[in-house]
Write a protein that binds this ligand. Structure first.
Ligand code: 4BW
Length: 149
């Protein structure tokens, strides 16, 4: 196996590490909060992308954002789950990377976020890069350094 130096690893493209869009659980613009909550619960993920039919990224929706939104003064207003759409509640404040980004760029951003959306310059959603993938690669790299040193 070819062993990369730490500098080489940081400069590696993220291309081979991304989870492709077809494997990413997501909701579509226009979906109700109820649909999003069902998908979040079934998939087990706490936050997922909101896309349109052309696979353009609009934001992220999470169980936390949904429960906060339906929380009334003394009760959960469950009727809002059916009435409201994901685009009214999703977060749009997100950092994205491109498929040509380096491991180093992703690594820095993944310190504060569990995953990053990979988006092309035309706004097409290509997939996600997760913290887990980065940790796995770092673990492999550290073990290789220990065993070669
Ligand atoms: O259903 C799950 N399957 C597996 N294999 N692992 C899971 C699952 N749910 C959670 N996990 C684990 C992962 O290690 O818990 C971590 C935190 O999950 P999260 O954030 O809070 O739901 C997971 O870490 P990760 O793989 O580094 O993923 C980071 C975040 O990326 C997840 C989730 O918001 C998003 N994500 C990951 N894979 C996804 C996805 N979103 C949609 N579709 C996917 N395939």
């Amino acid at each position: 196996m070819i062993s990369l130096s730490s500098k080489e690893l940081l400069e590696t493209s993220i291309k081979e590490y991304i989870i492709p869009s077809e494997k990413v659980a997501h909701v579509q613009v226009g979906n109700s909060l109820e649909h999003a909550l069902l998908l979040l619960t079934r998939s087990g993920y706490s936050s997922i992308p909101v896309l349109d039919p052309s696979f353009r990224l609009h934001g992220l929706i999470s169980s936390r954002l949904i429960t906060d939104h339906i929380l009334g003064l003394e009760r959960f207003e469950f009727e809002k789950l059916e009435e409201r759409k994901v685009e009214n509640v999703m977060s749009t404040d997100l950092s994205t990377i491109s498929i040509d980004s380096t491991f180093k760029e992703a690594f820095n951003l993944l310190i504060d976020q569990p995953f990053l959306c990979v988006v092309s310059s035309e706004g097409h959603f290509d997939g996600i890069m997760t913290r887990r993938v980065v940790l796995k690669e770092l673990k492999k790299h550290i073990y290789q350094m220990i065993h070669s040193g």
